[in-house]
Design a protein around this ligand. Structure first.
Ligand code: URA
Length: 214
């Protein structure tokens, strides 16, 4: 854990395996961001979206969560459709995209080998998520994309995992007024296999929009 945790540190090197992987990645792809990926969006969001970790040729390349890979296509489209952004597509840091009331972050800020962070890395990065969750609106919704992100959020909030099982489409009300909303991750695998369809994802955003009364 960082001694003085903040929401994000570009030069974080707390996870040796991830740090080594990023060093190799910078050599292989000199044009890539290839560092911890900062959250994107407003600083006090009503909707905080928590993904898993940067994808190799997506967020790791562009430096913005869910940008440049398949998972981001449907996510940014939904954000636009439900009024959380000014554009339906996220391409790079200079594309003029602005989120409204929303912020996107990852449970693990660095690219993990084979897209699979190990438990220790998820736990170490949890200190950043913990700090980030402190800053969000008291009536905010935290949208967890997938089981790992859900568990990371429960841990970062200091809650008991067994009290909050992951269920796609479920809203968990927290004592402080905030809510967690679960969705299957919008990964290429999940959308190709129809575990998560566009309609299912749209229903999640519909519920969020209704709850937030925006
Ligand atoms: N890109 C991200 O930033 N996070 C994910 O969970 C998947 C792709």
């Amino acid at each position: 854990m960082p001694n003085t945790p903040s929401q994000f540190e570009l030069d974080c090197s707390l996870c040796p395996r991830l740090n080594d992987f990023l060093i190799d990645n910078r050599k292989k792809y000199p044009d890539y961001h290839a560092r911890p990926v900062p959250p994107f969006g407003v600083s006090k969001p009503k909707l905080l979206i928590v993904g898993l970790a940067p994808g190799m040729h997506g967020a790791n390349a562009t430096g913005r969560p869910f940008t440049g890979d398949h998972a981001g296509i449907i996510l940014y489209e939904m954000l636009y459709q439900y009024g959380f952004s000014n554009k339906p597509i996220s391409t790079d840091l200079k594309d003029g995209l602005k989120l409204k009331h929303a912020r996107i972050t990852n449970a693990v800020k660095c690219l993990p080998p084979e897209n699979k962070p190990i438990g220790k890395e998820i736990n170490t990065c949890n200190a950043y998520l913990h700090e980030e969750l402190k800053t969000i609106d008291k009536k905010a919704i935290i949208l967890c994309l997938g089981l790992i992100s859900h568990k990371a959020v429960i841990k970062a909030l200091g809650l008991k995992q067994s009290d909050f099982p992951f269920v796609h489409g479920k809203r968990h009300k927290l004592d402080d007024g905030r809510q967690i909303m679960d969705s299957y991750h919008c990964s290429r695998y999940n959308t190709n296999t129809k575990r998560l369809t566009e309609e299912m994802f749209s229903d999640v955003f519909k519920k969020i929009k209704t709850e937030l009364k925006l």
